[in-house]
Design a protein around this ligand. Structure first.
Ligand SMILES: CC(C)(COP(=O)(O)OP(=O)(O)OC[C@H]1O[C@@H](n2cnc3c(N)ncnc32)[C@H](O)[C@@H]1OP(=O)(O)O)[C@@H](O)C(=O)NCCC(=O)NCCS
Length: 174
């Protein structure tokens, strides 16, 4: 898909509404992104409110993928690391709208997230993903290395425990 555009999102009502819809749709389809299903609109809105406030404080970057006026994907780069980890950032809340999956949207978002982290001087990315119904294949394609698994880490959106897989990737180093 050539026509998608990736940019940094800020705290506007229109963007927030689209993020809420995207998160609810992702959870409804079984995506493991910290929430149980059905995800109430109020809970989704509270999450994005808090997240976009953290963006305004420079503690994270939220990226959006756009097809024209439609938000079709997002990823978050967590930059607020402890004082002894100034070189690290974490990837979170990667999701692509259901009918746009398999077209490279998440790959584009991850490339942009990596670029943002590098601009901020970060040289190490970490992330975790559910063992069942997560996105480990995608992260491995993008060069992330598996550290290991923590069993029974979280509930799947529809219930039942799944392990989590921890990944890392060095960026911006020669
Ligand atoms: C995971 C997700 C973001 C992938 O989005 P996408 O836009 O369809 O991904 P892409 O089209 O960029 O896929 C790139 C490659 O990764 C592979 N891939 C995508 N999702 C994958 C998954 N869940 N497991 C394994 N491989 C996957 C694709 O097959 C593709 O491979 P190819 O290049 O050989 O064809 C999307 O499925 C989603 O929103 N899932 C629900 C939320 C979720 O689980 N997010 C991850 C939380 S850690």
């Amino acid at each position: 898909m050539d026509s998608i555009e990736i940019n940094l999102l800020s705290n506007t009502a229109g963007t927030k509404k689209m993020l809420v819809d995207l998160l609810i749709g992702t959870v409804a389809a079984g995506g493991s992104v910290s929430f149980m299903r059905p995800l109430a609109p109020e809970m989704a809105a509270a999450f994005w409110n808090k997240s976009l406030q953290a963006v305004a404080r420079g503690e994270r970057a939220v990226l959006g993928a756009w097809n024209g006026e439609a938000l079709i994907g997002t990823v978050t780069v967590l930059l607020d690391c402890p004082p002894n980890q100034p070189h690290r950032a974490e990837i979170a809340k990667l999701m692509t709208r259901l009918n746009y999956r398999g077209k490279g949207v998440a790959t584009r978002l991850m490339e942009a997230a990596e670029a943002v982290a590098m601009e901020k001087g970060r040289t190490l990315l970490v992330l975790d993903t559910a063992k069942e119904e997560g996105a480990s294949g995608l992260y491995e394609k993008l060069g992330f290395t598996l550290s290991g698994e923590i069993p029974d880490y979280a509930l799947k959106p529809h219930g039942g425990l799944t392990g989590t897989l921890i990944y890392w990737k060095r960026i911006g180093t020669v």
